[in-house]
Design a protein around this ligand. Structure first.
Ligand code: ADP
Length: 537
């Protein structure tokens, strides 16, 4: 650092360049990128498939997350490397678009880059590689369409949807109850789905979790849940044909808005004041009762005296209901929120078939479920589990199952899993590669080899000898001309994934190929890294 003066004699400080900029170019840059991406994909590999391992992540403040979900693992991994960040985003894109297949997409991208590295070392220019990959990806996607199957289902026959959701949950922590969980997920989606328009509004499905209890206690509630309980333990906990008064004014005598003080000198005056206050409460309760309401939801609190009066008058109430919750309930039940006691009337009451309080043994936590509302088909999945980590992971897994079911409602085409689609596409691409007269032929073939990473990882994670398992299935696919043969991860003595009911959605798999290919192209196009010193790796 040195001090200098400009032509007017004003001083200024010159900060010398602290260090030369770091720079990586050409093959070195490519290799560095590929290494970073491969590292991420190798971490994810062991989580793939029904026997995939879970990862435990501990955040800086000690919060622990155990998960098998690719997007969540990557989100929680604090990566500094820019290329590694691209892989994180890749998984996130798959999660946003499809909601499932987040591990597979990263493994595939890593494998494509690994193959590309070999080609670069052979002296093939990266642009020829990604041109070849582009060709191969197109062949793969066409082929996926030709080996896809479609499943038929209706509101009365949901079994095919349940089976697909089960494949998705097979690798997750909930897999012991994956039948039950899948049924819950499918019922939730179907009850909010618009089958005509083939659309599902996820806003209407709420995932709520509470630690304690068992995973199998998870239930689907056809209504809204709020985390509040009835205000007095002796009030009824179940209200049928509820007529709900929604209040945003407190159950208390009005207070003057300006500062004032009342001087009370005589004991009877104090008593009089108390009596007037009580009369206020009584009037309020009577006003609400007169409308025919049999439940009050109040945005504000009220004191024990008011609570007692409400009990005496047989009017169950809930206090401190959040503003947003109150609005949601108003919309669902067709009620109007009332801000002044003078305005309460019968036509402003919300209606619900059943309102009940859900309690949890000895803990103080209580929830209120408002079911059979006239204006909504919203549902809540209420997840239970031994501890917070399990509940969170179960919620993530159910979210995946919800996404898969939604995808099937949008597009009912499926392809078989267990790596069968990848093997079949690989064979197709390899056969087409021979017809390509240019250098791209190598890249096309490399794409086919890269696809093997999925069945290899599935076999390895299931404790099978990966290369042996893959070559066995590949040979069988050719021999029997059956694209449904994949890795028998659950040792069911058949490689036929159709028989094992293991399938993924066609849009999900197509998206995986497209996204992986896109990110690989992007990484291969970078040939220069200029880093300011001090920036992260
Ligand atoms: P992702 O996050 O990518 O969905 P998963 O861990 O859910 O990763 O694994 C999905 C892969 O596991 C898919 O390729 C799917 O075909 C395969 N798979 C799932 N269940 C089975 C099974 N029972 N047998 C064989 N393969 C399966």
């Amino acid at each position: 650092m040195s001090l200098a003066f400009d032509e007017y004699g004003r001083p200024f400080i010159i900060v010398r360049e602290q260090q030369a900029k770091e720079r990586l170019k050409g093959i070195e840059a490519h290799k560095a990128h590929i290494l970073a991406a491969k590292t991420i994909s190798n971490i994810m590999k062991s989580s793939l498939g029904p026997k995939g391992m879970d990862k435990m992540m501990v955040s800086q403040d000690g919060e622990v997350t155990v998960t098998n979900d690719g997007a969540t693992i990557l989100e929680n991994m604090q990566v500094d490397n820019q290329i590694a960040k691209l892989m994180v985003q890749l998984s996130k894109s798959q999660d946003d678009e499809i909601g499932d297949g987040t591990t597979g997409v990263v493994v595939l991208a890593g494998s494509l880059l690994e193959q590309a590295e070999g080609l670069i070392e052979k002296g093939i220019h990266p642009c020829r590689i990604y041109e070849g990959y582009e060709v191969a990806c197109k062949i793969a996607i066409e082929h996926l369409g030709s080996i896809s199957d479609s499943i038929t289902f209706s509101k009365d026959d949901l079994e095919p949807l349940v089976k697909t959701a089960m494949t998705c949950l097979g690798s997750k922590i909930v897999n012991r109850f994956h039948r039950q969980m899948s049924e819950i997920a499918v019922k939730a989606v179907v009850s909010v789905a618009d089958m005509e328009r083939k659309d599902v509004n996820f806003e209407n499905i709420k995932l709520e979790g509470k630690e304690g209890g068992k995973l199998e206690d998870t239930q689907l509630i056809k209504g809204i849940i709020i985390d509040k309980g009835i205000s007095h333990p002796q009030m009824p906990k179940t209200i049928k044909d509820a007529k709900i008064c929604l209040l945003t004014c407190p159950f208390e005598p009005p207070k003057p808005k300006t500062k004032n003080s009342i001087e009370i000198t005589k004991a009877e005056d104090l008593k009089k004041l108390g009596d007037i206050e009580q009369q206020y409460f009584i009037d309020m309760v009577q006003k609400v009762k007169a409308t025919g309401a049999n439940l009050v939801l109040c945005q504000w609190g009220f004191d024990d005296e008011a609570n007692h009066l409400l009990l005496q008058n047989g009017l169950p109430a809930v206090r401190w209901v959040g503003g947003l919750d109150l609005e949601k309930i108003a919309m669902a039940t067709g009620g109007r929120i009332v801000a002044r006691f003078e305005d309460v009337s019968a036509d402003k009451l919300g209606k619900a078939g059943l309102v009940r309080e859900i309690g949890f043994g000895t803990t103080q936590d209580r929830y209120l479920s408002i079911e059979d509302c006239p204006n909504t088909n919203a549902v809540t999945i209420f997840v239970r589990g031994g501890n917070k980590m399990i509940v969170e992971e179960a919620k993530r897994s159910i979210h995946d199952a919800l996404c898969v079911t939604r995808n099937l409602i949008r597009d009912n085409r499926i392809i078989y899993g267990g790596g069968s689609a990848e093997i079949s596409c690989g064979l197709k691409i390899a056969s087409k590669a021979d017809e390509i007269p240019t250098i791209e032929q190598y890249a096309v073939r490399a794409f086919a080899d890269a696809l093997d990473a999925i069945p290899l990882a599935l076999a390895e994670n299931s404790g099978l000898e990966p290369i042996e398992a893959l070559s066995g299935v590949k040979a069988l696919q050719i021999k029997e001309n059956n694209p449904h043969l994949g890795i028998d991860c659950n040792y069911k003595n058949t490689n036929d994934m159709k028989a094992q009911f293991v399938f993924d959605t066609l849009p999900g798999k197509t998206q995986q190929f497209l996204l992986a290919n896109q990110v690989v192209k992007m990484i291969l196009k970078i040939d220069d890294i200029i880093k300011q010193s001090g920036s992260p790796d």
